[in-house]
Design a binder for this molecule. Structure first.
Ligand SMILES: *[C@@H]1O[C@H](CO)[C@@H](O)[C@H](O)[C@H]1NC(C)=O
Ligand SMILES: *[C@@H]1O[C@H](CO)[C@@H](O)[C@H](O)[C@H]1NC(C)=O
Ligand SMILES: *[C@@H]1O[C@H](CO)[C@@H](O)[C@H](O)[C@H]1NC(C)=O
Length: 490
């Protein structure tokens, strides 16, 4: 779709598990204590693939996804909106490659970000004390949001830019009312406009669930930092690249696997020499990169096999049938550097059911969780760094539109993951998970079972998984896995 990049939207897996294995040098923010009294925890983690918050819009409380990869706010609660100021304008907001969208009526109404009942008023001072009246979309129909709606996520709060056509609501309003009409601007622009002397930034901490770490609960703050991570202000400023792009793109200096830099020529004219541009996107669960670089990463894992077998389920957002089947306990030593900040992604997995090749046996396998960006980058980015990266950092996104930091937008990150502990946890958690999972085959055997050259009954498991179970044809499932995840480091 014109102007905007890629947001989220994928299939929520039935069961998702994520863990990370990383190494660290220093400067780790202490893990936050997960207690109901922690008033900053206003983000809810949905299986590590979606992050939601509660907002009040026109007096209606709605649980919405947060998405730094898009700009507009839309809501579509099943009970409808009790109050709605219809402007008579309608539009469609698109995501990803454009096939995911919501259409509806544009309204205006008071907005506030809910921090939960225990939140002191002043904690979310900008977003709470001064209700803004932004335009938003009241969805009447959608494509590809069914799984989110089923999860009780009844809308999406875009946290991106409304310059460069980033807001389809704003475009619609200006087309109707003239270029000077500003009331179609984003929720954030609306809030920031009321506080001209303050820097215009948001802070995001995503939590991790399903592993054994001291996990952080998530927070979204507007115009202030989560008190637990105020140190992020001292982190290097990673300037938006290219400046004025209207998306949260920043440059990475290198991407190393096993100590070796992978060859990754940027497809973007705007990329600084020798660097790549990546988009930080809370609306994407994983990491999306070009297939050639995915191959460079996964081919370093002993025993990993690339297959194009269409029977093997695709991972997140993957648009091509290139699946790396990898040993489930493999960890990848990947280091990416942003300016002086390095982070090390490693492993995680998601399980999802899919029909087995012969309908009789159940196996566990793990596949690449870094998936093919395909057409989603749309000439704006080399990669999307989604939740599996952002979970490991506290991130402040400064729009550069006001206050002392007016200028080029920038991002600051503070690591929240203890890498050494994560690496150990990964093995422990993975082992525990595998104990209760159907048996794992080595990748080549798994592929042979899928393509029919090895009978499921003859396959010899490699893991200590539960005894292989046999099901009547038609009800058995194969559990697919995705491997990867991130840590950060300075
Ligand atoms: C959002 O609201 C729902 C329903 O009232 C509630 O169950 C949930 O805990 C709230 N989430 C947060 C993060 O406050
Ligand atoms: C409708 O718009 C008016 C004017 O902006 C505002 O005061 C009122 O709160 C809005 N009502 C709803 C239900 O959004
Ligand atoms: C099945 O996959 C294996 C491993 O990749 C390959 O060697 C074999 O040729 C494939 N057989 C068929 C029938 O596709």
């Amino acid at each position: 779709m014109p102007g905007t990049v890629a947001s989220s939207l994928l299939l929520l897996s039935i069961l998702v598990f994520e863990s990370s294995a990383v190494q660290f040098d220093f400067k780790v923010a202490p893990p936050r204590v997960k207690t109901p009294s922690n008033s900053n925890n206003n983000l809810n983690n949905v299986f590590n693939v979606r992050y939601s918050t509660n907002i009040t819009i026109s007096g209606n409380v709605v649980t919405v996804l947060i998405d730094t990869g898009s700009t507009d706010l839309w809501v579509m609660p099943p009970q409808g909106l009790a109050n709605f100021n219809d402007t008579g304008l309608s539009t469609t907001v698109h995501y990803g490659d454009g096939s995911t969208f919501v259409e509806g009526e544009i309204g205006v109404g008071a907005f506030s970000l809910d921090g939960g009942v225990t939140v002191p008023y002043q904690v979310f001072k900008l977003s709470h004390s001064i209700p803004s009246h932004p335009a938003y979309l009241y969805g009447t129909s959608e494509a590809d949001f069914d799984s989110d709606l089923q999860q009780g996520l009844f809308g999406l709060l875009g946290l991106g830019f409304d310059v460069n056509g980033g807001s389809e609501i704003d475009i619609t309003v200006r087309n109707k009312e003239g270029a000077e009409a500003t009331w179609g601007q984003s929720v954030l622009s609306n809030i920031f406009a009321q506080n001209p002397d303050s820097s215009d930034f948001i802070g995001i901490a995503l939590s991790r669930s399903g592993d054994q770490e001291g996990t952080a609960d998530g927070s979204l703050t507007i115009g202030e930092y989560d008190p637990d991570y105020e140190g992020v202000q001292n982190s290097p400023k990673l300037l938006q690249t290219p400046a004025g792009s209207g998306v949260w793109g920043i440059a990475i200096d290198s991407f190393k696997v096993g100590g070796n830099q992978i060859t990754w020529p940027s497809t973007l004219a705007a990329a600084p020499a020798g660097k790549n541009i990546v988009l930080l996107d809370t609306g994407t669960p994983n990491l999306l990169m070009p297939q050639a670089q995915i191959n460079a990463i996964y081919s370093t894992i002993p025993g990993a096999v690339l297959t194009q077998d269409p029977n093997i389920p695709l991972g997140y957002f993957s648009e091509s049938h290139n699946v790396w089947v990898v040993p489930c306990t493999a960890q990848i030593n990947v280091v990416t550097t942003f300016a002086t900040i390095r982070f090390i992604p490693s492993t995680s997995q998601t399980y999802k059911p899919s029909p087995p090749p012969d309908g009789t046996h159940k196996f566990t396998y793990c596949s690449n969780a870094i998936t093919d960006i395909g057409l989603i980058g749309q000439g704006q980015t080399d990669a999307l760094f989604g939740d599996s990266f952002l979970r490991n950092v506290y991130t402040a996104f400064d729009f550069g539109t006001g206050g002392p930091t007016k200028g080029t937008p920038f991002v600051q990150m503070l690591s929240t993951t203890d890498a050494t502990k994560s690496a150990v946890d990964f093995l422990a958690v993975r082992t525990a998970v595998m104990k209760h999972a159907p048996p794992e085959l080595n990748p080549i055997d798994l592929i042979r079972v899928f393509n029919g050259s090895l009978k499921a009954a003859d396959a010899i498991p490699v893991s200590n998984g539960a005894p292989r179970m046999t099901f009547a044809p038609g009800i058995a499932v194969v559990l697919g896995g995705c491997l990867l995840s991130f840590g950060t480091l300075f």
